[in-house]
Design a protein around this ligand. Structure first.
Ligand code: ZN
Length: 170
């Protein structure tokens, strides 16, 4: 495994559409392993392949049951709404208020090409949406109702350090 370089803010690759995965081979498995290691190293809650410069529909998301590997993921059901703070490993130090569904079910393939569905709530639901946006070339700053000022961020971290310490960046 290897830690890959995470592309940052104005890199044009982050605004491109990723292509579907059609080969479930050693190269894909290497990518998934590297993405998981890269995400953990950066203390993130999710990571999408375009963030490491690979325009393929692959994402990893931290869940209660470990890191989920999502290949060609699609949102098939949503429920409710949540409004909250969102960050991104490609935008260090930037947080915005983004509206997302409260509960999200995705259909995806695993590393062997087997289909499965997975439901997440709260931060996991948020990460599913955030990562799938990445695969469509959409970054969270485009979804944000507004971006927090440095002063607001400092205030928030002071009062809610359990939630705003950067561990929710995807
Ligand atoms: Zn992101």
């Amino acid at each position: 495994m290897a830690i890959r370089n995470i592309l940052k803010d104005d890199d044009p690759t982050l605004r491109k559409n990723s292509r579907e995965v059609t080969r479930f081979d050693a190269r894909l498995h290497q990518l998934l392993d590297d993405m998981k290691e890269t995400m953990e190293d950066a203390d993130g809650a999710g990571l999408a392949a375009p963030q490491v410069g690979v325009l393929r529909r692959v994402a990893v998301v931290a869940t209660q049951d470990g890191i989920a590997e999502l290949i060609n993921p699609e949102i098939i059901e949503t429920e409710g709404e949540q409004e909250g703070l969102e960050g991104c490993l490609s935008f260090p130090g930037l947080y915005g208020i983004v509206k997302r569904p409260a509960k999200v079910t995705v259909r995806a393939l695993d590393r062997h090409g087997e289909e499965f569905t997975l439901t997440g709530e709260g931060i996991v639901a948020r990460a599913f949406c955030h990562e799938i946006d990445h695969l469509d070339g959409i970054v969270f700053t485009e979804r944000a109702e507004r971006i927090l000022t440095p002063e607001e961020l400092e205030e928030l971290i002071g009062s809610r350090d359990d939630e705003a310490d950067g561990s929710d960046r995807t």
